[in-house]
Design a protein around this ligand. Structure first.
Ligand code: MN
Length: 526
């Protein structure tokens, strides 16, 4: 093997376009002392684990489809692939689709390795390398051995029988990053940083995509405005009006909520909310006089809307139907909507680019007057069990009113007729488990106070309240996504969080729905 890293990285560099991929290009980092190793879990066209040993200024690499194991009886196929630059050892993020290796990468394990052979480069050339690993997941004596037959690049990775050996040990049972604690799904949902390989490693990280919350200066400027004025946020100047108007009377904490409070909330929560809104037509529930007056639905873009708003034109609109919709895709848009009295935001479950194929299947547990919240929770847990049984990932959210919804992300591969029929089958199965709690009657008076499992929202232009949308109730409660385990928290109520405490919850716990973003699940047959 050539010892010159620049020459050895040529193949790696030829295979990538560093204008498009976030991977490091190599050639900028000094070789570190000692022998580092890293294992990256890489969801590309096929899932594999990249097993990399630092040697002579590069990462000598093997792709291990099933991942390394501590099981001394297992023998893992390991395909010898091109050397990678040292900086790649810390790379965790997304490689753009269409690029070589497109997908997401986490740092699955890392540590140091010690070769048994005196000249490991020569040992690799000869086709057998013994070494000890001291990582966070992997430890003990391993062997890489070139397969005697077939492809020259085919090797096997084995663990020796030693005190670190564990029969049956499977990498897939240990799915989290050792650097950030995240899964590949979580990294794909929020890559966080992009790596520019053409810059020095220390300057290579840059926030990816996404939206920035308003700065402290921008928020201070909002607070400093009188009843109206011009506010600059996210590069736009907005004309705000009636900022001290009370939109929500006080609830528990005795503080009324003004339009200024609402604008501040939507701008602040925007970076977390916008992934659920961007690219989708938006229906808004407006209460320009506040929630003590009746509100109304607005879908049509108003004539006075600023021309920088992203909009979508429904070419199939019937006479009398909305033709031009707002698409909320910036913090400024959310602030504009709040100023416009659009309290409640409902994005479509399909994207504007492909409105006939939803990317969410929704279950709405709609309590009747006799339904207790404990019963709502019982029904929600049955949804969890059903989804687990079907191998699907979903999450619950409280509505901010009385109910709980379950959101399941899917690839846009089904029509609404198909998702609705699928959801109905799941709902009816759940309903049979607790028949006393559930009614299938369409009208409220026939339901005798029981809950409805409403699968009928899975229809074009029918929507549920968006994650983190405010609800039109005193105190400004918010529809908040949850972890499943939070259903068992005795403090949980459907209207537990308001615009006053959601920002702290987000800072503290993050967004439980983030794991759903970018998950393109296929609905299994039932
Ligand atoms: Mn890979």
């Amino acid at each position: 093997m050539a010892a010159d890293p620049a020459r050895r990285l040529r193949r790696y560099q030829e295979m990538r376009d560093f204008g498009r991929t976030a991977e490091p290009s190599g050639g900028t980092a000094a070789a570190a002392d000692g022998h580092r190793f890293v294992v990256q879990r890489h969801r590309a066209r096929r899932l594999h684990y990249d097993f990399r040993l630092e040697l002579d200024g590069v990462l000598v690499s093997w792709a291990v489809p099933k991942g390394p194991t501590l099981d001394p009886k297992a023998r893992r196929l390991a395909v010898h692939v091109e050397d990678h630059p040292i900086e790649y050892a810390g790379f965790e993020g997304v490689i753009p689709r269409g690029e070589y290796g497109g997908g997401d990468v986490i740092v699955w394990d890392r540590g140091v390795w010690r070769p048994v052979e005196a000249d490991p480069a020569r040992a690799i050339e000869a086709g057998t390398l013994h070494f000890d690993l001291d990582g966070e997941k992997l430890a003990g004596r391993f062997v890489l051995v070139r397969s005697g037959r077939g492809e020259k690049d085919q090797w096997f990775l084995l663990h020796k029988q030693d005190e670190h050996a564990q029969p049956g040990w499977d990498a897939e049972d240990h799915p989290r990053s050792v650097t950030t604690g995240r899964t590949n799904e979580e990294v794909a949902a929020a890559p966080g940083a992009r790596w520019h390989g053409d810059r020095p490693a220390a300057e290579a990280e840059e926030p990816v995509g996404g939206w920035a919350a308003p700065t402290d200066d921008e928020l201070a400027a909002l607070d400093a405005l009188g009843a109206k004025g011009r506010w600059s946020v996210a590069g736009r100047e907005l004309a705000l009006t009636n900022l001290d108007k009370v939109l929500f009377p006080a609830a528990g904490d005795g503080r009324a909520v003004t339009k200024r409070d609402l604008i501040r909330y939507y701008a602040t929560a925007g970076p977390v909310m916008l992934p659920y809104l961007a690219g989708r037509p938006l229906n808004t529930h407006r209460f320009p006089q506040g929630v003590t007056e009746p509100g109304f639905w607005q879908k049509e873009l108003p004539r006075h809307a600023p021309d920088w708003l992203t909009t979508w034109r429904n070419e199939r609109a019937e006479p009398g139907e909305a033709r031009r919709y707002v698409v909320a895709d910036s913090v400024a848009t959310l602030a504009w909507l709040a100023n416009y009295g659009a309290l409640e935001l409902h994005a479509w479950t399909s994207r504007a680019a492909d409105v006939d194929h939803p990317t969410w299947v929704l279950f709405d547990i709609d309590p009747g007057p006799e339904t207790t919240f404990e019963e709502v929770l019982e029904l929600a847990r049955l949804h969890r069990t059903a989804l687990e049984h079907l191998g699907l990932t979903g999450r619950p959210k409280v509505t901010g009113q009385r109910g709980v919804q379950v959101w399941v992300p899917i690839a846009p591969h089904c029509t609404f007729e198909q998702t609705r029929a699928w959801a109905e089958t799941v709902s009816r199965t759940i309903g049979r488990v607790l028949p006393d709690l559930v009614s299938w009657a369409w009208t409220k008076d026939k339901r005798r106070g029981r809950a409805r499992l409403d699968y009928t929202q899975n229809v074009l232009n029918k929507t549920l309240v968006a994650p983190y949308s405010v609800r039109p109730r005193p105190g400004a409660p918010v529809s908040v996504p949850l972890e499943w385990a939070e259903l068992d928290d005795p403090r949980l109520t459907p209207d537990r969080w308001t615009i006053r405490d959601v920002p702290a919850r987000l800072a503290d716990r993050g967004d439980p729905f983030a794991v759903l973003l970018g998950l393109e699940q296929k609905l299994p047959g039932l």
